[in-house]
Design a protein around this ligand. Structure first.
Ligand code: GLN
Length: 495
């Protein structure tokens, strides 16, 4: 088995080697044979209708690059007429009445949505274990030494998207990243995952977790695919007040630019205590690879990065507590069956409809925003956020890209951290600063640990420099083959 990229599928469609209906049917069959629990719902009929229409458009001369390519969508995106759960019981029966702008943009360029992927409830988590629809199995589990017959988490919250692509159930998927939810699962499943600059992708129709941090992005095998998919996702949207109105860019245009003279900054804070020593060696080796491509490496400092986690775990829950107040049993989805009056209905609906992690965040957030505590927590966290952002501005005077590990350790065993929220939160220690600063960041396959688990190299570039990041990632992938390794429990198809 080999990976199949979006670029290959697009070339096959273009040359007429395969039709969109054939390709889509092939992936739908693979999904049926998988035991990864990567999908919450699959919409075969809709996917095949879209595929048929893509084949017709191509026959009529439409040459949109990804016309007819099927992907998986994280179940946080509303798609008109389809079940959209956000991994929660409270939305189990919710059928979206409209389509998220990101999905609409993709569909208008002929990208096909095969189904909705599993995720941590309301995108809160780092292991996909908070999903009401059950955990997801990491496709790398079976050969990892010491983990035989055990389930490894795929990371989260976009764990279903990561498992779907890694198990070859979809050639690419969408994810969302509030504190690391694209990059951490990408690292755990050997994928390329990009969180664009805040504001690049519209948040309209993407169920809100923490509005000032949430951002959609692509999860793919290669940087080239990430560039191709990102091209179809971004764009100004008047329906999102934080959407960026910047000129359209082709993210594939500079993939092959030379890296001669590139200045790589390694923050000393990202290589200290808490980082698995084997991971540190893998990341240092990956970074060294760039020297042969003409880059120079220097140490930089992000002195306030230790404040990122405490700041995030005030800001994100505060925004979540406000965003999730709309789920009250009146307007969407689930309503408790028995209640005595209106207040009781709200209470029972929310008590029964939300899982423990979501309740924990709502309580922390409501507390941090309450009068008397607002200044002590929320305003303080916002000040830290500014300090963290300023650190990046300073660091980028000395380097063009910041590199480090995406996560402190590789994928862990299911159940091993679920009773300890703080150890779970520590997964995102390296990814959260980029969300707080609104910067583009990505994770690319960097090599394997001695027990056979993938690791991710984390890249952060200045605001709006996704194209530079993708160029750096692409050049690395042309001289390494980590991203081409196939997960041991991947499902083969007809190609
Ligand atoms: N793991 C982090 C959290 O639980 C980040 C989640 C995300 O990026 N959606 O909040």
């Amino acid at each position: 088995m080999t990976i199949t990229t979006l670029a290959t599928l697009a070339a096959d469609l273009d040359s007429g080697k395969r039709s969109s209906v054939e390709i889509t049917q092939d992936y739908l069959n693979r999904i049926k044979h998988s035991d990864h629990n990567a999908f919450i719902s699959v919409n075969e009929e809709l996917a095949l209708t879209q595929a048929k229409s893509a084949d017709e458009k191509r026959a009529n001369g439409d040459s949109s690059p990804l016309l007819g390519v099927p992907v998986a969508q994280k179940d946080i995106f509303c798609i008109d007429g389809t079940q959209t759960t956000c991994g929660s019981k409270i939305l189990e029966n919710f059928v979206a009445p409209y389509t998220a702008t990101v999905v609409g943009n993709m569909q208008s360029q002929g990208v096909i949505s095969m189904g909705k992927t599993n995720m941590d409830e309301f995108a809160m988590g780092s292991s996909n274990e908070t999903s009401y629809f059950g955990g997801v199995n990491n496709p790398w589990r079976s050969t990892a030494k010491g983990y035989e017959n055990k389930n490894l988490v795929p990371g989260g919250s976009s764990g279903g998207s990561a498992a779907a692509v890694s198990a070859l159930l979809a050639p690419a998927a969408t994810g969302t990243d509030t504190g690391g939810s694209i990059r951490q699962p990408a690292a755990f499943c050997n994928l390329t995952g990009i969180k664009p600059s805040y504001g690049r992708c519209s948040r309209y129709g993407m169920i809100a977790f923490a509005s000032s941090l949430d951002q959609a992005g692509p999860m793919t095998h290669t940087a080239e695919d990430a560039a191709l998919l990102l091209n179809t996702m971004v764009g100004f949207d008047a329906k999102d007040s934080t959407s960026l109105n910047v000129p359209a860019e082709d993210f594939t245009a500079s993939l092959n630019d030379s890296l001669e003279g590139l200045r790589i900054g390694l923050p000393k804070e990202f290589f200290g205590e808490g980082l698995d020593s084997e991971m540190a060696t893998i990341i240092e080796t990956a970074v060294k690879q760039f020297e042969s491509l003409g880059a120079t490496i220097k140490e930089v400092s992000l002195p306030n990065s230790h404040l990122a986690l405490p700041s995030y775990y005030v800001i994100a829950p505060a925004e979540a507590s406000s965003n999730l107040s709309r789920f009250d049993g009146v307007r969407y989805g689930f309503r408790a069956e028995e209640y005595s009056d209106l207040d009781d209905m709200y209470t029972k609906t929310r008590s029964e409809g939300f899982g423990d992690e979501v309740k924990r965040r709502i309580m922390i957030g409501a507390y941090a925003l309450s009068s008397g505590y607002y200044d002590a927590y929320y305003s303080q966290a916002q000040k830290l956020r500014r300090l963290i952002s300023n650190d990046f501005t300073c660091a980028f005077t000395e380097c063009d890209v910041i590199m480090g590990p995406t996560t402190p350790s590789p994928a862990f065993e299911a159940g091993s951290r679920s009773d300890d929220p703080v150890s779970m939160y520590l997964n995102d220690i390296y990814t959260i600063p980029a969300n707080l600063a609104g910067l583009p960041a990505g994770s690319i396959p960097a090599g394997f640990t001695s027990n056979g688990l993938p690791t991710g190299l984390h890249l952060i570039t200045p605001y709006l420099q996704e194209a530079k990041m993708l160029n750096i990632a692409h050049k690395f992938q042309q001289t390494t083959d980590w991203h081409t390794r196939v997960a041991p429990t991947a499902i083969g198809g007809s190609q």
